[in-house]
Design a protein around this ligand. Structure first.
Ligand code: SAH
Ligand code: SF4
Ligand code: F3S
Length: 443
């Protein structure tokens, strides 16, 4: 009888990829994934701590599993991700019904932790965070999840210490994976039919600088060129980037690598230089805008997206107006925007002049309303254009409705009587636009 595994994942793509890895590792020990937590023998909760809200989500999720255990279900509850790293053993003290607490560096030991818990019935904590950690080589199987697109983690941790951010404390020092391991993983995926790869890390632009065996000339642009060269790969993406590390050489890749998708996620955080300085972002807004403009010179159709924090400590009306101005200047296809929240260990938690919640709420609403208008206008400007779309899948209803994505990462819905395959590339003429998607006619 196989054992059943249920994984609940919060947070970023790094967590999503880690969850796939844990599923595969336990799969090698006869565990099969279930979508019913009440039937699981092992439940893994992969948590995120980026904002106060994210951490609360994790804690309330633990509460649900406490109730399930209270109803007499016998399962092992393992908690990983950034809340596990941040709270460590304290989590077990507060929530003794948790059986295993492991930091993101310890996920590779999950099968042995589960076996040890089964044997001894004693709770375990594995939250070592070493700067010498080496991400092990790992060849993914495609049994679970989409077969046509995959993430590859190319680095972990972050050394930037933006003053609002918890990541340098929960994921530790920046460590790049070996160039050869990444290339082997990408080649393995493409040979199995994967069409689109996204290279992920907290700050991929500085790939190759720390903690791996890469040589000179094996930085991020070289990695992109090497992965792009794998025969059969149709689309290459990456995220996330730090503007200070966006080099001319990386920009040039957008003009020279045909499979590199015309989309760049370039988090700006704020439009005000005094706020950027207090955030420790290490760029000025002028330098940021210059890079955004240069990217468009290399690739005029590039879609830019961003992250913005409103209500950072000390943010004045003028600072916020500067952020609104950046949105007008850049014209983002999309923006993830958040109210600032204090995070454990992050320096800004001790900064004075915290912005009132009501002010943050009002600023966020104004920013999001304007961003929606900008995004819709950009979509409307696509009407009449013919775009290349990668098929994602069929809509549940009505029949014969399909959806896919453009290189710029826009969702496109269209009709087709024939059966399509996810990962297939098609040409679609855009006929209409709404807030979150485009609609078109297959050519
Ligand atoms: N490494 C990525 C960011 C990952 S976190 C990068 O630098 O781009 C994703 C986003 O969460 C950040 O870009 C930031 O906008 C937001 N964020 C991080 N800490 C936050 C905090 N304390 N309060 C509000 N938003 C925060
Ligand atoms: Fe956090 Fe800044 Fe690192 Fe991004 S670059 S993970 S925002 S510290
Ligand atoms: Fe969240 Fe940790 Fe990722 S805080 S965003 S899960 S690195």
């Amino acid at each position: 009888m196989p054992q059943l595994l249920y994984i609940e994942t919060f947070g970023c793509q790094m967590n999503e990829r880690d969850s796939e890895i844990m599923a595969q590792l336990l799969g090698e020990h006869s565990y099969v994934q279930t979508n019913k937590p009440e039937q699981a023998d092992v439940v893994v909760v992969n948590t995120c701590s980026i904002r106060g809200k994210a951490a609360h989500k994790a804690y309330s999720c633990f509460g649900r599993y406490k109730k399930l255990k209270g109803k007499g279900h016998d399962f092992i509850l393992a908690v990983t991700g950034c809340v596990a790293q941040q709270d460590g053993a304290a989590l077990l003290e507060r929530m003794p019904y948790i059986d295993i607490v492991m930091g993101p560096q310890s996920i590779y030991t999950l099968p042995s932790l589960v076996a040890a818990f089964r044997r001894d019935r004693k709770s375990l904590v594995a939250t070592e965070l070493s700067a010498d950690f080496v991400i092990p080589p790992f060849l993914p199987n495609l049994a679970e999840g989409p077969a046509h697109k995959r993430f590859i983690t190319i680095m972990q941790g972050c050394d930037n210490f933006c003053t609002y951010c918890v990541v340098p404390y929960t994921r530790g020092r920046e460590i790049s994976r070996s160039f050869g391991d990444i290339l082997a993983e990408a080649t393995h995926l493409v040979r199995q039919g994967v069409k689109e790869i996204t290279l992920i890390g907290q700050n991929v632009n500085s790939y190759g600088q720390k903690g791996c065996d890469t040589k000179q000339n094996q930085g991020f642009p070289e990695l992109l060129r090497a992965v792009a060269g794998i025969d059969g790969l149709q689309r290459l993406r990456f995220t996330s980037s730090h503007p200070k590390d966006l080099s001319e050489e990386l920009m040039r890749c957008f003009a020279e690598i045909p499979v590199l998708c015309p989309h760049f996620h370039l988090p700006v955080q704020s439009g005000s230089n005094s706020i950027l300085q207090r955030m420790n972002r290490k760029y000025t807004i002028e330098a940021y805008l210059d890079k955004a403009a240069r990217l468009r010179e290399y690739r005029p159709d590039i879609a830019l997206t961003t992250d913005i924090i409103v209500g950072f400590p000390g943010e004045t009306d003028d600072d916020f107006a500067a952020t609104m101005q950046v949105m007008e200047t850049v014209q983002y296809h999309g923006a993830y925007s958040f109210k600032y929240s204090d995070r454990p260990n992050a320096k800004a938690a001790d900064f004075p002049d915290k912005v009132a919640e009501t002010v943050k709420t009002e600023r966020l609403a104004r920013l999001q309303a304007r961003q929606e208008e900008i995004a819709l206008a950009l979509k409307q400007a696509d009407i009449g254009k013919t775009v290349e779309v990668m098929v994602e899948g069929a809509s549940k209803s009505p029949a014969n409705q399909w959806s896919g994505r453009t290189g710029g990462n826009q969702i496109v819905n269209f009709s087709c009587e024939a059966k399509l395959v996810p990962g297939q590339l098609l040409m679609v003429e855009i006929e209409s636009a709404c807030q979150n998607s485009l609609r078109g006619k297959m050519l």
